[in-house]
Write a protein that binds this ligand. Sequence first.
Ligand SMILES: [Fe+2]
Length: 131
Amino acid sequence: MKKLIWTDNLDTGIQVIDRQHGRIVDYINRLYDAQTGGASKDELRMIIDELVDYTFTHFAFEETMMEDVDYPLLNAHKEMHGEFARQVNELRRRFENHEDTAVELNNLMVTWLFNHILNEDVRYVKAVLGR
Ligand SMILES: [Fe+2]
């Protein structure tokens, strides 16, 4: 269970993407604060729903953007989003089944997000910005 701190090397240079990534980080940190602050299950559920929904909306946005520029690694990138979405949905399902998966979800998001931004998202920047 960790909080995330944004560092400049995470900026892709595509403003709209950086804003969206920043918002995902805010949700992850909100989940951390709620979990460590003893929030109720309903409060945790609200934050988890927002975090997950927003993350999936962001994936869809990214995929459309990559499609628009005929990004050659689009399918591989989509598969990574899909695989991550499956893991997140599984944690959400278990949460609904009265398991406390908030910590697992935080850990998954924390390990995945920065890694994905630094290793995968940076690859489409050239195609999107045309340089
Ligand atoms: Fe991505």
